[in-house]
Design a binder for this molecule. Structure first.
Ligand code: UD1
Length: 375
């Protein structure tokens, strides 16, 4: 039997939990030969290798080691190196996930080499082109051959953009596969957090449920400009007096805080535990026990919806509206943070339900679709 070579592309942290269950599932089929291409967009130990270790993802077959740069230069480097990979390995199918620069760059390359492409997490739209991710989503979906979606609104977006229904498969959420597969295991780990100032904080298995909030902020719109980052730092200070906050900060946020002279102030906030990025298992443990989550991330809106933890998303829009319609997510502005936190502390946080097919079985649905052969 001819094996179909499938290249799974991952570049940045949120991609890794999406490819983990898919790689495992595709490996069970004799007819598939899955390979992992790491573009190297994220390269720090705790933004990349740690996730491969904790999620038992096989070592990438190739690492393109593109690193960080301006959007154009990073995208160009991914394209050049991924083209060579495709010419050497001749995959039958390229699967890309999410909305990062690696997603759009590799789809463009594969399409022009007449290699079939599939986009997992297709059709999500924030309708905000000031987000680089929205441009990546639009570019990727304009030229993909096969579309795997996480929710019905994504199907509708794709159909409205002229994609044939036959090529769209609503399969559910791969990130939730990873969460469902690992949630129990996360309760058995103890957490040792190293604060940016060098001191350490440890939580054992007796972590105080709902006694703290978790934060993540890294969107350019929130952290790239001094005035909005400064506003946020002042609000974190105030909020942390009502509820201690744990903040594993993205390198982009730390770099900006340093450049704007705000890092010392962040470190000095008493009830704010500021750390470097932490592992997946530690993060999910913290999330699942949190009173609330304050974020501007995409994936965390979904993870909190699955776990029923109230989530305040500090963004003007979201490409994941199902987390608002059905889940625990609420979009707010910087100025609303304090009042909304009070609201949740007063027991008025949003309750929600799990969206359709967010059940831990998405990877097997995708594999089944692929066995129907679309090559
Ligand atoms: C990227 C994705 C974003 C995703 C985020 C998750 C794009 C356009 N954006 O944003 O959608 O939510 O990843 O983390 O693809 N850096 C490090 N170490 C690393 C990686 C990055 O220090 O391992 C630094 C870089 O030097 C750069 C900054 O972080 O200064 C931004 O990295 P980059 O990959 O360009 O974008 P992200 O902000 O991480």
């Amino acid at each position: 039997m001819k094996k179909h070579k499938i290249a799974l592309v991952a570049g940045a942290r949120p991609n890794f939990m999406k490819i983990a269950p898919l790689m495992k599932e595709l490996s069970k089929y004799d007819e598939f030969e899955p390979m992992i291409v790491h573009t190297g967009q994220h390269y720090d130990e705790n933004m990349s290798a740690l996730f491969f270790d904790q999620l038992n993802i096989p070592k990438p077959d190739v690492n393109l080691e593109v690193g960080s740069d301006s959007h154009a230069r990073q995208t160009a480097r991914i394209m050049e190196r991924f083209e060579q990979f495709c010419l050497d390995e001749k995959p039958d199918l390229v699967i890309v996930v999410g909305d990062v620069n690696s997603t759009a760059a590799c789809t463009l390359v594969a399409s022009k080499l007449h290699i079939k492409t599939a986009h997992y997490e297709a059709g999500l739209r924030s309708r905000d082109k000031s987000m680089p991710e929205e441009i990546n989503r639009m570019v990727t979906d304009a030229i993909s051959d096969l579309y795997f979606t996480t929710s019905k609104d994504a199907d509708e977006n794709l159909i409205n953009e002229g994609v044939s229904k036959d090529n769209i498969h609503m399969v559910g959420n791969l990130m939730i596969d990873t969460l469902a597969n690992n949630l129990e295991r996360t309760h058995d780990i103890s957490i040792n957090l190293e604060r940016m100032d060098g001191s350490t904080v440890s939580f054992g298995k007796d972590i105080q449920k709902e006694q703290y909030g978790v934060m993540t902020f890294h969107r350019p719109s929130n952290v790239d400009k001094k005035d909005s980052l400064e506003k946020l730092v002042n609000i974190w200070d105030k909020v942390s007096q009502k509820l201690p906050l744990i903040f594993p900060a993205h390198p982009r946020t730390i770099k900006n805080a340093e450049n704007y002279g705000l890092l010392d102030k962040m470190n000095d906030i008493n009830n704010l535990i500021l750390t470097e990025p932490i592992g997946y298992l530690e993060f999910i443990n913290l999330l699942s026990n949190a009173r609330l989550v304050l974020t501007d991330s995409g994936g965390i809106q979904e993870e909190t919806t699955y776990m029923g933890v109230p989530c305040l998303t500090v963004r003007p829009n979201t490409e994941r509206p199902i987390t608002i319609w059905e889940g625990t997510n609420k979009l707010i502005e910087i100025e609303q943070i304090e009042a909304e936190v009070e609201n949740i502390l007063a027991g008025k946080g949003k309750a929600g339900k799990r969206p359709k097919f967010w059940d831990g079985k998405t990877a097997s649905r995708i594999a089944k679709v692929l066995t129907n052969g679309f090559y």
